[in-house]
Write a protein that binds this ligand. Structure first.
Ligand code: KE4
Length: 443
């Protein structure tokens, strides 16, 4: 009997999720590097993921989950797609980072521009926060104005000017939602209600010539799944044109997720000729690596350093390994039939969830676009954030845990969207719907 084999009784102990969470909280605030991962909104112990493949993730205890988070959007192909993995490994062998331009970041910029007619140039950065923050600075520099409008329930990353909640009434500006953000930093940020045309018109009538930009999530995945209505987007475009403000579409989540042309291509179908002025991307364009971008017309982008007076920079911007991951991802999703197939699978999921909730006699509604979906325990699809908060959050949380226990990993918060990948099979969707039926029967 060889003596170098570990005795089964001496197999290394596997840390449980709870043990890892306990240990993580000693070294990292809240035990996580991004708050939503801590399960605060739903309660319970976060799962520490050991590995992922296709539509699945396995936690530290070896339990398998059908993954509907997809890293909060990036993993549109599923985990470990062979073409993407191959591209990343090759790029890594050639070098991790040079701090100098590379051909591949030009290729990625060209690929993004090719699919998004509203942009002529794009700047690559490392996170959605950085892209959104830079887009605001660009809009302010290009217009010479300071004020910006965002909407209640929309999240655009954690730059100071965007961590703001509505002031009391239109006249007063926002108040910080985070400690450490001085009130004067958010004094130029006005927070309006999503889909409220009257408020928008009043804001422009009273302050239109001071507004640099309006930033919006066209489909608000940070409110779970709420669409900006076509009349609202139409009015937004008209008022920005009338007062010389720039319309910024934050497509970090919807970009290349809801359609190859992103959400703006859907609004262009409903509103012929519609285009935002500046677009912000992230998540899918990096394929799971740290990469984001913002783009606009050449005229606006020329305001950016080193050409213009608006400074913006980044050590790892356009990183060679991240651009390889993003480019391989975009090339896969640009293949004919990709979105038709992805949309059909997402629709099968939400229709199955609707049917399961109906069988259980529960008020429930869903919506989806491309590979992104949302669901609410309530009768009508919310049109703004207060309506989202009025849905049954306690039931949402019970459902989340009932599904997690059955090996289905939905977003651990009522205000987050869900994501289907090209790797999710019909069997995965059927298993998810069956688990939902079992969970909802318990309600
Ligand atoms: P990042 O800085 O997290 O890469 O991107 C910020 C951002 C900007 N715009 C939109 C529309 C976004 O959804 C995000 C980030 N989304 C969250 C999920 N709701 C990321 C998850 C997290 O914060 O851990």
């Amino acid at each position: 009997m060889p003596t170098n084999l570990p005795c089964p009784l001496e197999a290394p102990a596997v840390s449980t999720n709870a043990e890892l969470f306990e240990r993580a909280q000693r070294a990292i605030p809240g035990g996580v590097n991004s708050p939503v991962r801590a399960f605060k909104a739903v309660g319970g112990t976060p799962r520490f993921i050991a590995r992922a493949q296709g539509p699945y993730m396995w936690d530290a205890e070896g339990k398998r989950y059908i993954d509907y988070i997809g890293s909060w959007g990036p993993m549109i192909l599923g985990h470990g797609h062979p073409a993407v993995l191959d591209a990343v490994l090759k790029a890594a062998h050639d070098g991790f980072s040079f701090g100098a331009p590379t051909e591949r970041e030009v290729e990625l910029a060209e690929e993004i521009i090719r699919h998004v007619p509203s942009i002529e140039q794009v700047r690559l950065v490392s996170s959605g926060t950085e892209a959104a923050m830079s887009a605001i600075r660009l809009a302010r520099g290009a217009t010479g104005r300071s004020k910006l409008i965002k909407f209640n329930g929309c999240y655009h990353g954690h730059a100071d000017a965007l961590l703001v909640k509505a002031g009391s009434g239109l006249a007063t500006f926002g108040h910080p939602t985070s400690a450490g953000v001085p009130p004067e930093v958010v004094q130029h940020t006005l927070v309006l209600e999503y889909n409220d045309i009257a408020q928008l018109e009043e804001a422009f009538q009273t302050q239109g010539d001071e507004i640099a930009c309006v930033m919006i999530e066209p489909i608000a995945g940070n409110m779970n799944f709420v669409r900006a209505s076509v009349p609202f987007v139409k009015r937004l475009r008209e008022l920005c044109d009338q007062y010389g403000a720039l319309l910024v579409f934050d497509e970090v989540m919807t970009g290349f997720r809801v359609a190859l042309g992103s959400a703006q291509s859907l609004y262009a179908q409903a509103l012929p000729g519609f285009q935002p002025d500046i677009s912000v991307f992230g998540k899918v364009i990096g394929g799971g690596m740290p990469l984001a971008a913002f783009g606009s017309s050449r005229k606006v982008m020329q305001q950016l350093a080193p050409l213009g007076p608006v400074y913006q920079a980044g050590t790892l911007s356009g990183n060679p390994v991240a651009t390889a991951c993003g480019l391989a991802t975009l090339r896969e999703i640009a293949k004919p039939g990709f979105y038709e197939s992805l949309s059909a699978r997402t629709q099968a999921l939400v229709q199955g969830l609707d049917a399961a909730a109906a069988s259980a006699g529960l008020p429930f509604c869903t919506d989806s676009q491309g590979g992104m979906f949302g669901f609410f325990f309530g009768k009508d699809l919310p049109q703004n954030y207060p309506a989202v908060l009025a849905t049954d959050q306690a039931r949402f949380n019970r459902f989340f845990h009932a599904m997690l226990d059955q090996g289905v990993y939905f977003a651990p918060a009522l205000y987050e969207a869900g994501f289907v990948s090209a790797a999710h099979s019909d069997e995965d969707i059927a298993a998810t719907v069956a688990a939902a039926a079992a969970a909802l029967r318990q309600e």
